[in-house]
Write a protein that binds this ligand. Structure first.
Ligand code: HGY
Ligand code: MN
Ligand code: MN
Length: 412
């Protein structure tokens, strides 16, 4: 087993094959969670796992667990996974790489007839992205006991459709209780989604942890009015208030440079008509920093700023903190086998903190967890142009394979 490597062409072809589910004309993916495109890729994944001899279970959150028996099936499985849902204008690698690399590890072990001591599991977590249904990492969060199932079922998307009903509609509301079994360890391979590895010429990122995140929803209410007849001094313009707030959200990150980031990515205007003064505006705020104390400072600045701007523009504003994800650190033993695998394979590597959130953040609360990064081109992600080099995809999958085998051997 010493020199075992994955079938990198098969893995690459698998990634390209599944990219047809939710494909966009510009070469990306729109595969929002619990849509028909999500169902199609799930059906493909279940079939591929069954063909690889895996036993497939779907839990009540739609998480898919594909298990390969080990020599000692009384042991909890060593798991590999990520997510198959994407952003509305997402790429072909975010999440997909981790799920399909796990399948490739199993296929490789099948090719050589090798059986691990512990069973293995390949996992697809539902709704990592949190784009259609917020918060993100929802189903790994229920698995880890962070969210309750019924809370998740009640969440509505922008059209008022509930998570639970949509899960039922696509046929992936399984019978198995979410969180019904322990994981012996969990490894997630993912593209970095940032520029560091590529800029430094590194092939592998040994992910030491994930930065802190805090999400807010802001609703600004002014007064609708006629764009042509309403004098400027009497306006209560919700769009003006939003615009000033967005600029100040950006400044909050700049004031905590170089590591802080802040984003307003979703804005809904009402009535959204070009010759009507906006009566109300709903928008979201995403604050992140590796140090939770700084996230707290950024949040306090936001909570002070919103009412100040509302007063200036004579509008009402409501600010709600709807999700917090504290900074966290991964398991030393998992990082150790990942680092050793990269060394053994001769890949240039570095430790790195993840700027993006991942299902591994919550799974780390219930199992020893590690993440492996590979570069993505120009650090671009959450963008249809997202891309990775075949040789880096192969390298990441080989490190995943070797790390899992080393962890398994460590079980004695
Ligand atoms: O938002 C995130 O960090 C992740 O990519 N869903
Ligand atoms: Mn992801
Ligand atoms: Mn993502």
């Amino acid at each position: 087993m010493q020199n075992l490597e994955v079938n990198s062409q098969r893995l690459w072809d698998t990634i390209m094959e599944t990219a047809k589910f939710g494909a966009t004309p510009r070469g990306g993916l729109c595969r929002l969670t619990l849509t028909d495109a999500d169902r199609e890729v799930r059906d493909w994944f279940v079939r591929a796992c069954e063909l690889a001899g895996l036993m497939v279970k779907v839990d009540e959150m739609g998480n898919i667990f594909a298990r390969r028996a080990g020599k000692d099936n009384s042991l909890p499985p060593i798991a590999m996974g990520s997510h198959l849902d994407t952003q509305p204008s997402g790429g072909r690698f975010d999440g997909v790489l981790g799920v399909l690399a796990g399948l490739e590890v199993v296929r490789t072990l099948n090719d050589v007839g090798y059986t691990t001591t512990a069973p293995l599991e390949v996992i697809n977590w539902t709704n990592e992205e949190g784009s259609r249904f917020t918060p993100p990492m929802l189903a790994s969060g229920v698995f880890a006991g962070v969210f309750q199932r019924d809370f998740a079922y009640s969440i509505e998307d922008g059209e008022g459709r509930k998570f639970g009903a949509e899960l039922e509609r696509i046929g992936y509301r399984g019978q198995t209780k979410c969180g019904d079994h322990k994981l012996g360890a969990y490894f997630e391979l993912h593209i970095e989604q940032g520029p560091v590895l590529e800029a430094e010429g590194k092939t592998i990122g040994v992910v030491t942890g994930v930065q802190g995140q805090r999400w807010y929803e802001v609703t600004v209410v002014g007064r609708e009015g006629h764009a042509g007849t309403t004098p400027m001094p009497v306006r209560r313009d919700a769009m003006l208030a939003c615009a000033r707030m967005v600029d100040k959200v950006n400044k909050i990150a700049l004031d905590h440079a170089p590591l802080a980031v802040s984003t307003v990515g979703l804005v809904r205007v009402s009535p959204n008509s070009r010759n009507v003064i906006a009566g109300s505006v709903f928008f979201t705020v995403d604050l992140r920093h590796p140090d939770d104390a700084v996230v707290n400072e950024m949040a306090e600045e936001l909570e002070r700023m919103v009412p100040q701007v509302a007063d200036e523009v004579k509008v009402e504003a409501k600010l709600e903190n709807n999700w917090n994800s504290p900074a966290m650190r991964f398991d030393e033993a998992c990082m150790g086998v990942i680092r050793a695998a990269a060394e053994e394979l001769g890949y240039r590597h570095r430790d790195i903190v993840s700027g993006a959130g991942h299902d591994a953040v919550y799974i780390a609360r219930v199992a020893p967890t590690g993440m492996i990064f590979i570069p993505c081109q120009n650090g671009i992600s959450h963008n249809e142009a997202e891309s990775a080099q075949p040789q880096d995809v192969a390298a990441g999958a080989n490190v995943l394979l070797r790390a899992v085998l080393a962890y398994d051997r460590g079980l004695g």
